[in-house]
Design a protein around this ligand. Structure first.
Ligand SMILES: *Cc1c(COP(=O)(O)O)cnc(C)c1O
Length: 365
């Protein structure tokens, strides 16, 4: 059978190795890891490798992905990361042991559904907004009063802990002070309910920074996706320029096929308007260059800047929905029509490509 392109190559062993590495970094600081699968569109094999690599919980912001994991035989507890929709609460408690929460009406609904169905208790982590301004209680006293209410009045729910999310909307860095704020909040909650919490969850991949710099006192769980899935190729959401991150592998590669090769001028010919996406392009006249077209485009991967050509003499020029234009003038190898080019890819492109119906998924290792 002929191979089909474009395709996403997934190195299962690299996912497992990345997971093991992250788990061991965290373990040294007394932190356990929840493996976050949403960045790879919840592909079950990714969850399986995270499980094999030592995460204690599988987590996603999409309930559908967790339902698929459960159906495919993942045995670990599952955690819903996005604050649940009221409308999905019945499905939530069927599938997930844990969820992150910030609204009392939702928490009450979870409680009612659990009691109505005689279900096992659902574990809730209350989210504190420490300034990133996405989900969570901005008012610590409100969080504490809801913790007390859950503990005393809501028998269908177990208060599992507190958590926070940083670096998503407000691009707030998980500094030592932020981690300390969370620890102090967790101690207040523990004092108010008279027992220890199971979980104090200090954030996502960006919080690995605190693991490396050893300021995660009182934090015992991180929810890690990007570091495992994108490895070192995620400079935005990962720990900026940390050497440790380079120990990770890049488990996802993209392969795309060349459909045209021609010498062309580098500056468009005619009166300039807007491109396929309505933007004014910026073009540099470098004379006539050898150009190739790839049968893949923004509809598949999103933004061209999230591709990194394996042949570092390949230059990314631009893209429309279904085409990618590259400059191959300076390449050592002479490419031909039908040749396959390989790219490393960043988090956002992995997210897009893993859910694209035009892209085949191919497992290696
Ligand atoms: C996506 C997400 C994570 C994981 O983030 P990464 O940067 O991929 O590690 C953790 N927590 C929440 C609430 C999320 O939505």
């Amino acid at each position: 059978m002929l191979d089909k392109y474009p395709r996403l190559l997934i190195d299962r062993r690299a996912i497992r190795n990345n997971t093991k590495k992250v788990v061991s970094w965290c373990d040294e600081q007394g932190i356990f890891v929840s493996g976050v699968i949403k960045g790879a569109s919840g592909i079950e094999e990714v969850a399986k490798e995270m499980e094999a690599g030592g995460v204690k919980i599988i987590a996603s912001s999409r309930l559908e992905q967790l339902e698929r994991c459960k159906a495919s035989g993942i045995r670990l507890p599952l955690m819903m990361l996005r604050v649940p929709m009221l409308s999905e609460v019945p499905r939530l408690i069927e599938t997930c042991e844990y969820s992150l929460n910030s609204e009392l009406v939702v928490i009450k609904k979870i409680n009612d559904e659990v009691l109505k169905r005689g279900h096992r208790r659902h574990k809730v982590v209350l989210m504190a907004d420490l300034g990133d301004l996405r989900e969570g209680f901005i008012d610590a006293e409100e969080l504490i009063s809801i913790a007390i209410k859950i503990e005393n009045d809501l028998n269908g729910i177990e208060l599992a802990g507190v958590g926070t999310n940083l670096g998503c909307y407000g691009s707030i860095i998980p500094t030592k002070d932020k981690m300390k704020d969370l620890r102090i909040l967790s101690e207040k909650v523990e004092k108010a309910i008279g027992r220890k919490l199971e979980i104090v969850s200090g954030g996502a991949t960006s919080s690995l920074m605190g693991v490396f710099d050893k300021y995660m006192d009182g934090i015992n769980m991180l929810r890690i996706g990007a570091a495992i899935i994108a490895g070192p190729y995620d400079e935005i959401r990962t720990v900026y320029g940390r050497e440790e991150i380079d120990e990770l592998e890049c488990p996802f590669n993209l392969e795309a096929e060349i459909i045209e090769i021609k010498k062309k001028p580098s500056y468009p010919i005619g009166k300039l308007g807007v491109d396929a996406f309505g933007n004014k392009g910026k073009y540099v006249d470098r004379g006539v260059r050898n150009r190739a077209l790839l049968a893949i485009g923004r509809a598949d991967y999103g933004d061209i800047s999230s591709l990194i050509p394996e042949d570092d003499k390949v230059e990314l020029i631009g893209a429309s929905g279904d085409h990618t234009i590259i400059d191959i003038e300076d390449c050592d190898s002479s490419y031909e029509i039908g040749d396959i080019l390989r790219f490393k890819i960043k988090y956002s492109a992995i997210l897009n490509l893993s859910s694209s119906e035009n892209v085949d998924i191919f497992f290696i290792n």
